[in-house]
Design a protein around this ligand. Structure first.
Ligand code: SAH
Length: 395
């Protein structure tokens, strides 16, 4: 087996079971491993540390899989990891919910593999050449464990490009093609999901718990759902009898899907309007019109894709939250989220505090949100913790 020797001092993170070896930590590559090959990683004394798959095209040159010298990474190994991930989600599948993340990459010890379930269909993202190699095992195991009608490829081309991989051909990997809209349930609410063309892999199932918790405050309240996508927060607020719901998103497809979702849930009794616009612009329009709300939800896309974008992203989060605070009635609630891994919860609280100072408002944090059970955070991989939110009372 080919191997990689680390520079002296670079073995610490590996010993702590962190799954990444950066190319800069490597002293010497023994043999001629190809991308996706399983190799051995050793410390500077050539003592075994771990096994992982190699990729000299990636910033992360080795993705570690196994820390036990005696354990062979073979078909049985892969099947067991997939089975464990599926098992962890067994309790999430109920008569109320049939959409969730089945496999979450490093957090499930399967680096570069994401699988989402949409009722009888699975959407798969293969983002490392190591996982590409075991695609046949993956499909077979998923088929036997979950018996989907179809498995669809949604591998993100830019993530693959970062790994030096070609864009995947996409499309159906197994079984039948999903219909244009697959109907799924989440906490008893129906959603139409466009698996082939929807954002992310079709739906943001990571907000499942938070949608429900925020909506507990919605009864009789006027709710503004910013960055609504297909209406996760809007529909939960409607179910809980908000007095009125306004949804804002820049995507026509998202709002079109939201409209369908209101129809299939028969939420017509709640006054609703949807505005296709840039949220930052629309908040300023509301301010000019002197419009006020009881609850505002802010669930923007990732403003900080990396640490280097932090300064700019902090400013954007601050401005967005400041504007929202100015639109709330006295004692109103702001449910604000960040899915930027580089912004942790204490930094996010600080940003909200700055926004409040600028807006001349007081903030009480009354609830903290994070990611749900199907997006676990592995203790040796804190990078996997990305979603955070705060429920703030503004006065
Ligand atoms: N809250 C949603 C998920 C939001 S994802 C849910 O519960 O499902 C982020 C959304 O923001 C996407 O739908 C995207 O179309 C939208 N978006 C991105 N930039 C935007 C902008 N500047 N103004 C309005 N919407 C934007």
């Amino acid at each position: 087996m080919d191997s990689v020797r680390l520079k002296k001092g670079k073995e610490k993170a590996v010993r702590q079971l962190h799954p990444w070896v950066f190319s800069g930590a490597i002293d010497h590559v023994k043999g001629k491993p190809e991308n996706g090959d399983i190799i051995m990683v050793t410390d500077s004394n050539n003592d075994f540390l771990a096994y992982g798959f190699f990729n000299d095209q990636s910033r992360v040159a080795v993705r570690l899989l196994e820390w036990n010298l005696e354990t062979e990474i073979n078909e049985t190994w892969w099947r067991k990891k997939i089975r464990n991930a599926v098992k962890l989600r067994a309790d999430l599948h109920t008569d109320q919910t049939n959409t969730y993340r089945v496999i979450f990459s490093e957090a499930d010890y399967l680096p570069g593999l994401i699988v989402d379930r949409y009722a009888d269909f699975l959407s798969v993202q293969i983002l490392t050449s190591g996982v590409e190699r075991i695609k046949h095992i993956l499909l077979d195991e998923l088929q036997s464990l979950l018996n989907p009608k179809g498995i669809f490829d949604r591998s993100d081309a830019s993530a693959r490009a970062h790994e030096g991989m070609e864009a995947s051909s996409g499309g159906v990997l197994l079984g039948i093609e999903p219909p244009e809209f697959v109907s799924v349930r989440e906490n008893g609410i129906f959603y139409q999901v466009n698996i082939a063309e929807g954002q992310k892999s079709g739906f943001y199932c990571d907000q499942r718990d938070n949608r429900k918790w925020v909506a507990e405050y919605a009864k009789g309240r006027k709710v503004l759902d910013c960055f609504s996508y297909s209406g996760g927060f809007s529909l939960n607020a409607m179910k809980n009898e908000a007095s009125e719901v306004i949804s804002v998103d820049s995507s026509a497809l998202a709002l079109d899907t939201l409209k369908r979702n209101i129809e299939i849930n028969d939420f017509h009794n709640i006054p609703h309007s949807q505005i296709q616009s840039d949220v930052n612009k629309q908040l300023r329009v509301f301010r000019e019109e002197n419009e006020k709300f009881d609850i505002i939800i802010l669930d923007p896309p990732k403003y900080a894709p990396s640490r280097s974008a932090l300064t700019k992203a902090s400013r954007a989060y601050k401005d967005l939250n400041r504007m929202a605070m100015l639109l709330l009635n006295e004692g109103g609630l702001l449910a604000t989220f960040s899915c930027s891994g580089a912004v942790d919860i204490s930094m996010f609280k600080q940003i909200i505090a700055w926004a409040a100072l600028d807006a001349g408002k007081n903030v009480q944090f009354i609830q903290q949100f994070s990611q749900p059970a199907d997006h676990p955070v592995r203790s040796s991989f804190p990078e996997g913790e990305y979603l955070k939110g705060l429920l703030c009372r503004i006065s």
